[in-house]
Design a protein. Structure first.
Length: 367
């Protein structure tokens, strides 16, 4: 199967291809129905088998009429359905949306080929390549890869947030230890997905968490440790909703890139605000790039309006970034350089938190 036969398809047998197109028109609504049902009933083995069979039949029909594009689109979906059936991956909202996007693009491509039209506008090489990568992906990265691929093909980030498998929590039990623990596990899983995007991020979440908690403890824990933990996990997760080249760029960023980057605190803060019991964490995340002199973002807040948790997170987050920049100097030298830079930024960080932070770093160096 060569590139041209896949992405510049031609009709080999018109009667067979028209039969394929007619069958696809019949099957597509049934697939959409079964996908919607499976999101609500992922344990339904019969429903899983029906959906797998429908996808397999499309691949078989495409093979009969020598429609290589149809095979290329459907085969990785069949592989992912097989992995779901075997319990390797979950049938998440994002995976479901991607399945429907692939079937929709297959319908559009089939119609275009019948009419002798180009399929270039459908972003099919991107979609097929992404589906093939997804079919081999690790379970923990499936949703991230789905979101990336949906945005790459459509130009828009998905609006689906896969919260359907999580029990809803009312305000009356928002302080229940089990519920809090489940939420923190969920937040941490998102942080780990973010870390997986670059080898440079490995371990950063736990390093930032340790420094934030120790700095807070040094000052007598004025910020709820649980709320601070949630904020640390999610403070940069909103980056994943932005185009990856914008936030993984090496070198100077353009003004447009910087403006786009300023949106990231709001995404994670919005998630926290919609979950009972995490309003303080939402405020920390939303404000962690604010500065006491009013030159931060997104709100241009001044010192008195910035919550204590955001002031802590701003310092330790910046410290981690400076450490990364100077890591080639060796650990001790990079720590000393990072301390010097943090202490020199007397308008960027809250002065009342610099001293507790310095004490924590001093203890770290002495241990």
């Amino acid at each position: 199967m060569d590139f041209r036969s896949v992405f510049s398809p031609t009709i080999q047998d018109r009667d067979a291809f028209e039969d394929f197109a007619d069958a696809l028109i019949d099957r597509a609504p049934l697939i959409e129905r079964d996908v919607a049902r499976l999101k609500k009933q992922p344990q339904d083995r019969e429903l899983t088998a029906d959906l797998f069979r429908a996808i397999h039949n499309i691949k078989g029909d495409a093979s009969l009429c020598k429609f290589d594009l149809g095979i290329a689109l459907v085969h990785p979906i069949e592989s992912m359905m097989s992995r779901f059936r075997d319990g390797e991956i979950a049938f998440s909202d994002l995976l479901a949306e991607l399945f429907l996007l692939a079937i929709d693009r297959l319908e559009l491509a089939t119609e275009a080929v019948l009419r002798g039209k180009s399929v270039d506008h459908l972003q099919l090489p991107t979609l097929v390549g992404g589906l093939e990568k997804l079919a081999l992906g690790q379970s923990a990265e499936i949703d991230t890869l789905c979101a990336e691929l949906i945005e790459a093909v459509t130009g828009f980030p998905p609006v689906v947030t896969d919260m359907s498998s999580r029990p809803t929590r009312s305000a009356s039990n928002e302080n229940d230890p089990k519920s809090v623990s489940e939420d923190l596990q969920f937040f941490r899983s998102l942080a780990m997905q973010f870390e997986s995007r670059s080898p440079l991020f490995k371990g950063r979440t736990m390093r930032i968490l340790r420094l934030a908690q120790e700095t807070n403890k040094m000052a007598g824990n004025p910020v709820s440790p649980v709320q601070l933990e949630a904020a640390v996990y999610l403070h940069d997760v909103g980056m994943m909703l932005l185009p990856e080249p914008n936030w993984l760029k090496v070198g100077k960023m353009s003004d447009a890139d910087k403006q786009m980057l300023r949106n990231h605190p709001g995404y994670a803060a919005g998630l926290l605000e919609r979950m009972p019991g995490w309003r303080e964490a939402a405020e920390i995340v939303a404000q962690h790039h604010e500065m006491p002199n009013g030159e931060g973002y997104p709100g241009g807040l001044v010192a008195v309006d910035i919550c204590a948790g955001a002031k802590i997170l701003a310092i330790v987050d910046a410290f981690e970034a400076v450490m990364l920049k100077h890591i080639h100097r060796g650990k001790n030298r990079s720590v000393l350089r990072a301390i010097a830079e943090i202490n020199a930024c007397d308008t960027q960080f809250a002065p009342e938190w610099i001293n507790p932070f310095n004490q924590v770093i001093r203890k770290t160096l002495e241990s």
